[in-house]
Design a protein around this ligand. Structure first.
Ligand code: SAM
Ligand code: SF4
Length: 354
């Protein structure tokens, strides 16, 4: 009798204990000094790319030697640690994530993390004809596909090497694979593709794709254009769209840089990513991991922690988690971008993981 009472008490205690643990782990434990919760990480799975977009890379890039980049196992280990700490959304990016060998095995591994709600990929679309269906089977939730022009020659000029037909075929393959809410990303540069703002929107409407217009960020030294001269603000883009289409306030929020609108009489959403003109830092819920294993706490600052050293020093899972929790104290309050000065951030976007 007493024994069974003791057992019952222990059982009740265990139930109460596990519900506390469950509710703690359901919420992210990653909190920075400004009270922001981090529940989203972007992992750069490679710095390499089959394109050389003029705003993202220099023409002759030197890529990292293999020993310096995280192995697929190391990337997965970091991803699982973040999910155990309450991160619910992961985006794989790069470079071009789909040029990394065996990227599908990484996707499968990360997708299996208990508690992960979304595993998304940002891609230039060049490899999607080959990979779209397999990515969906492997557990990818959503795709963002970058496309800055619908004119073949111009597309080639902006990407330096890209083939528009391949990217358009990749977008169709993603649709055929059954992905929902595919989103296009377009960086708008004055004098280069600002006359295609409406064409890109009309392509999105015809294909039922969301679209975000992006202001160029001053990451890395580029020589093809003067960033101050080509800068096109989100307000200007929105004005051009509003002359022909009605944009309604949208409840969709990524707790991030995109400001979303619903296009009237259409299922599609239109987003504006405005790192210059609208500061979104107070809502920032994300951190980034470069492919070298540097945990970057802010896109526009260099505050970081070297997780590769921790991984390669034989840290246990618990030590890795403690390092990640400690890194949150390094997250700065905000970024400052100034187009007229030399870029303060010398790393290119392919290193950062856009
Ligand atoms: N290769 C993939 C792609 O292009 O979608 C993923 C990586 S790319 C760095 C991610 C996003 O960053 C793309 O939408 C790209 O247009 C954007 N991007 C690259 N350099 C940028 C810059 N300097 N300013 C703003 N956006 C940039
Ligand atoms: Fe490659 Fe994407 Fe950078 Fe273009 S934006 S060079 S596709 S990583």
């Amino acid at each position: 009798m007493n024994r069974s009472l003791g057992y019952h008490r222990r059982f009740v205690f265990w139930q109460a204990y596990s519900s506390v643990v469950m509710s703690q782990s359901a919420q992210t434990q990653l909190l920075d000094r400004f009270g922001r919760r981090v529940d989203y990480i972007r992992l750069s799975v490679t710095d390499r790319c089959d394109f050389r977009c003029v705003y993202c890379m220099a023409e002759d890039m030197e890529f990292l030697p293999r020993p310096q980049i995280l192995s697929l196992e190391e990337l997965a280990r970091v991803a699982h640690a973040f999910v155990r700490l309450g991160v619910t959304r992961i985006r794989l990016t790069g470079g071009e994530p789909l040029v990394r060998n065996n990227v599908l095995s990484l996707v499968r591994d990360i997708a299996s993390a208990p508690g992960l709600r979304e595993l998304n990929i940002t891609s230039n679309g060049s490899q999607l004809s080959k990979y779209a269906a397999a990515l969906r089977d492997a557990g990818v939730t959503r795709l963002n596909i970058s496309i800055d022009s619908l004119q073949a020659e111009r597309f080639k000029a902006i990407t330096r090497v890209g083939n528009l037909e391949r990217v358009l075929a990749g977008i169709q393959a993603a649709k055929n694979a059954g992905f929902n809410r595919i989103k296009l990303n377009a960086v708008i540069l004055k004098g280069r593709n600002d006359d295609e703002i409406l064409d890109l929107l009309e392509y999105s409407i015809a294909n039922e794709l969301d679209i975000s217009y992006i202001e160029e960020m001053p990451l890395g030294h580029i020589d093809e254009h003067n960033r101050a001269l080509t800068f096109c603000s989100s307000d200007e883009v929105r004005e051009i769209i509003s002359e022909r289409y009605e944009l309604l306030p949208s409840v969709a929020s990524s707790a991030g840089p995109s400001d979303y609108y619903q296009l009237a009489h259409s299922p599609i959403r239109v987003g504006f990513i405005s790192p210059h003109s609208h500061n979104f830092c107070h809502l920032c819920n994300r951190v980034r991991l470069t492919v070298e294993g540097r945990l970057l706490l802010c896109l526009g600052n260099e505050h970081s922690m070297d997780l590769r050293a921790i991984l390669r020093n034989g840290a246990s899972d618990e030590e890795l988690e403690q390092a990640i929790i400690a890194a949150m104290d390094l997250k700065p309050e905000r970024h400052y971008f100034n187009l007229d000065d030399e870029p303060q951030i010398v790393r290119f976007m392919n290193m950062t993981g856009g």
